[in-house]
Ligand binder design. Structure first.
Ligand code: PEP
Ligand code: MG
Length: 605
């Protein structure tokens, strides 16, 4: 079923989305997603006497599915980390959804339809409703629902278990599929799978997230029909840096990519060995490099890649992953544990930032048409969930006595928000004093600069805070007026846009004038080219995913601040992001040509 006819053995290159870095060379194994493997059940009617039996069958299938998911969650938790395992918590929530359960039980009883057909009808309706939502991130959750649905149906129909990860083969292989559900990805045999490529999917899909954690090179979004262009056993190359899939590579291509893979591996391990070196430029300027983390589990990475503490702790993950918000004592324990691990190094905790794509119905009371422009971050904390903010700030005030703790406010768009948070902190300090609890007298407080409003009023903000942290992920989306998760406007998501740089520059100038600390903690800080520009504009600290620190450290150690400043000033005069990235790319090629290959091709914005 090859679509290539006579061209079967000719090399072909296809461009997809680079979802996880790395190069894989190997033979194809075609996998049909487990979610697609389940046939739609026939519409079988039952007699009233069979109702109880069908309902029992359904409940049993749910129990089995729950057991399977718990096992998978434990597998991922022990092989990767508990954060990645949380994907299966979301699946467990679907299995345990009371409304869905009641609807199926009711359908079996009222319509006298067999359990499989009833369940299939209800779960498909849910998945279709989610898939029709305007938000791309939410749409992708339909895949999770279908994934769980397929599991339950397999158990209802007593079909053999999903064997995706256990293909019997003595040779490692590359998986090509239309799509992979998170279950498929998690079940992949890590000893045998070299990487995967799928026709659909985006960078933010859970499978892409898992691939990055599993350190499997991966491509997504290759387009329909790619799986039909290859047969099992065909040779392919996945280039998870540039996003290319090479089918039937020529001998020259194989040699070229094998060399690239070797170089890359040698290079990445040499970077890890530099973890203890100071991030200092050749002319003696330090640029602090720190980590973005989401949970305690990320701490080993912080140490491994030699970061100076945590520049952004996304505390909302503590809230999003449990059914009840963590109380003061459990938050205190978490912050204290991190501070103890970090010693004197700073921990910057961001207060709860729910909203936008981080939706959580338990924490938010209303659905919004434009959640990214809605009650998000500090807005939600002050207007609707002050209870949560107060509990978190109490835990932070108490944790501050155990180390170098700073706190920052997400999504600031007016001064009153900062003033109000400071008033609450004062009230809480009085409360804690009355209760004779230990707490810090001065909690270092920062504002995140992630709206143009915050950047443009930095001068005024500086009077109220101890530091700025520039969240470029949001600053870019709000400046360019695009949803950062929407693939269709992804071309406008331009971290190097001169206007974005201008906002950052004015914020840094203000911070320098007021003698306050300024960091960049958005994903842009991890791009070596932008890291040069940010350092050149005067940013004190760059905070990023720990694994990206090595490359940025290498660049900083091989450049002069003079070069970076010149590039920064030239970039501010540019008209387009492409011009900016060219300037930065030239500096990178000059000071650290070995790092150029890590920069994603085509990512010139
Ligand atoms: C940002 O917006 O750049 C940021 C760091 O916050 P988040 O990505 O969590 O919105
Ligand atoms: Mg943000």
């Amino acid at each position: 079923m090859s679509g290539r006819g006579g061209e079967k053995s000719r090399e072909q290159q296809l461009k997809g989305i680079a979802a996880a870095p790395g190069i894989a060379i190997g033979k194809v194994y075609k996998l049909s997603s487990s979610a697609l493997n389940v046939e739609s059940p026939e519409r079988r009617t039952i007699t009233p006497e069979e109702i109880k039996e069908e309902q029992g069958r359904f409940t049993l299938a749910l129990d089995r599915t729950r057991d399977e998911l718990l096992k998978l969650r434990n597998k991922i938790s022990s092989e990767l980390n508990s954060k990645d395992a949380e994907i299966f918590d979301a699946h467990l929530m679907i299995v345990e959804d009371r409304m869905l359960y009641d609807e199926v039980m009711q359908m079996i009883e009222d319509s006298l339809l067999a359990a499989d057909f009833s369940y299939y009808t209800v779960i498909n309706r849910y998945a279709a409703a989610i898939a029709a939502m305007p938000d791309a991130y939410i749409q992708e959750r339909a895949a999770d629902i279908r994934d769980v649905g397929a599991r339950v149906l397999r158990n209802l129909q007593n079909l053999p278990k999903d064997e995706n990860g256990t293909k019997k083969s003595d040779e490692p292989y590359i998986v090509i599929a239309h799509d992979l559900t998170p279950s498929d990805t998690a079940a992949l045999d890590r000893g045998m799978v070299l990487g995967f490529a799928t026709e659909s999917g985006s960078k933010t899909s859970h499978s892409a997230v898992l691939a990055r954690s599993m350190q499997l090179p991966a491509l997504v979004g290759l387009g329909e029909g790619v799986a039909d262009m290859v047969d099992n056993g065909d040779e392919v190359i996945i280039d998870g840096f540039s996003g290319f899939l090479i089918i039937n590579p020529s001998a020259a291509s194989k040699e070229q990519y094998a060399r690239k893979a070797d170089d890359m591996n040698r290079f990445l391990s040499s970077l890890t060995q530099e973890a203890k070196l100071r991030p200092e430029t050749l002319d003696g300027f330090m640029v602090q490099l720190s980590s973005n983390i989401e949970s305690l589990d990320d701490l080993p990475q912080v140490k491994k890649f030699g970061s100076c503490g945590v520049g952004l702790f996304r505390s909302e993950y503590m809230f999003l992953t449990s059914s009840t918000p963590p109380d003061e004592e459990s938050q205190l324990n978490t912050y204290r544990s991190i501070l103890k691990e970090l010693g004197d190094e700073p921990l910057i905790v961001r207060t709860l930032d729910v909203g936008g794509d981080k939706l959580n119905n338990q924490l938010r009371r209303y659905a919004e048409d434009n959640p990214f422009l809605g009650l998000r971050g500090i807005r939600l904390s002050l207007r609707e969930r002050q209870d949560l903010l107060r509990t978190q700030l109490r835990a932070l005030l108490r944790a501050g006595v155990y180390g170098n703790l700073r706190v920052m406010i997400p999504m600031v768009s007016c001064i009153e928000e900062v003033v109000e948070v400071k008033q609450i902190i004062q009230e809480l300090q009085l409360e804690l004093k009355r209760e004779r609890k230990d707490f810090v007298q001065h909690l270092e407080l920062g504002a995140m600069v992630e709206t143009p409003a915050a950047a443009l009023m930095a001068e005024k903000l500086a009077h109220h805070v101890d530091f700025f942290s520039i969240g470029t992920n949001d600053l870019i989306q709000y400046t360019m007026a695009i949803d950062r998760g929407n693939e269709r406007v992804a071309y406008l998501y331009q971290p190097g846009h001169p206007v974005v740089l201008k906002l950052i520059n004015s914020c840094v100038s203000v911070a320098r004038r007021h003698n306050i600390y300024v960091s960049v903690c958005g994903q842009a800080a991890a791009d070596p080219r932008l890291a040069i520009l940010f350092a050149g504009l005067g940013v004190h600290e760059l905070s990023m995913v720990p694994a990206n620190i090595g490359a940025v450290r290498r660049v900083i150690r091989q450049m002069t601040m003079f070069e970076a400043e010149q590039a920064g000033q030239m970039a501010l005069q540019c008209s387009t992001a492409a011009e900016v990235m060219k300037i930065a790319g030239n500096v990178l090629a000059k000071v650290a040509p070995e790092v150029v290959a890590l920069v994603e091709d085509g990512n010139d914005g």
